[in-house]
Design a protein around this ligand. Sequence first.
Ligand SMILES: [Zn+2]
Length: 485
Amino acid sequence: MSDGDRGAAEAVARPATRGPARATRRCLAALALLAVACGDATDRRVPPADAPELVLLVTVDTLRADRLGAYGSDAGLTPRLDALAARALVFDRAYAPASFTLPSVAGVLTGRYPEELGIRDNESGVPGGVATLAGALRDAGFRTGAVVSNYVLRAPSGTARGFDRFDDDFTERESTRGWPERTAARTTDAALAVLDALLDDDAPALLWVHYQDPHGPYTPADEARAAQLPRYADDPAVPRDLPLRDDPLGLGGIPDYQAVDGRTDAAWYLAGYDAEVAATDAAIGALLDGVAARVPADATVTLFTADHGEGLGEDDYWFAHGELLTDPLVAVPLLLAAPGVAPGRRADVASLVDVVPTLLGLAGVDAPDALTGRDLLAPGATSAPARAYLATLGGARTPRVALVEGDHKFVLTLEGSIWRGALFERRPGEPERAVPSGDLGPAMRKALRDLRQRYRGAAETRQELSPEELEALRALGYTGRGDDP
Ligand SMILES: [Zn+2]
């Protein structure tokens, strides 16, 4: 807990909806203008008269875009998210700025790339002087609250900055090692309790909820796993006897933090991952139902995304993330449902650093500083050149950086002392594939190098960690500090 109360204990009953709130705010705005006109200086912050009642930001850890029906899956794992997608603007080509938690989430919360913040790994901290989504909305008169269920995102990481209420109460222990976590159903309960506390004030609210469940180890209910198993058990392409690694890397085998009961059959883990996704979808459905019972749909802005994906055997990378920048690790779902935003699909490249300017725009609040991300709903946004910058930072043994632009991704990999480049093509719904570089490769290599120069150089803020905290962070699949690219 950093600034603000833990909200979970302060739940109060709410009426079904809060229809008059916006009208009240318009009156307050008029009164404030009148006070200024009469020379009565006031520092009372009044939110924009047309601000939504609620900005709801939902993020899921380790959720690949292609597990959603809305992104092409036919496994039926995500009926609730698919229903949200049906009334949302769906971004087909959204990218996380990194393939592990803290750098990516920091990008979501600040609108800047992790290197601009000096963030290298899960032991870094979001620096104090940087503007955040929560801080900007709070300064504009919003009440702000968050519920996070990944230990990496607890308040000392700096993610709590700008929130009036920040619930990082890890009520459960992960089954294989006993590290702190909170499962999806309880995350929803905590989120609705925080929302009730926020709505107890006649002001618009920001609620951020981060779910953890698809992150390994995959430990769904037995029957939930069994329901997913047939899809993999008879597939000859699914290995039946993977090596068990003795470290957190997933290159060529099962990482130590994922291994359950010494099992080596990939199908069992793949089914476990899918079952965790399905359980998270159900919990998010309960969250959306709870929100709808409290705030009218036409007064709610909902943005849904994930912090990164997961390797599920592509490139012989198993049940891990962080090491690569392939699409299974960095292509994330991005759904935006808001009043006045027509449902549909967008094919231009989006980055998670675009979340802050987009949500501030929908809230009618000016960005406090120039942000790196772009407002995805700005006039001309669909035709403007768009790109996403990606980096493995300290989460990988082999450093990589990448640029996504148009239908292509250019990846630089540090081999020895040489950065080697490769060009990949990827179209929505298709796996990326290496293609001849032609003129495009050198052009993207130069653009990528320019971006690296621009974004690098910020001093790192390190969290002050106890030995126990350090051990817990490293147990969460963290792979150690790689060479500095
Ligand atoms: Zn994560």
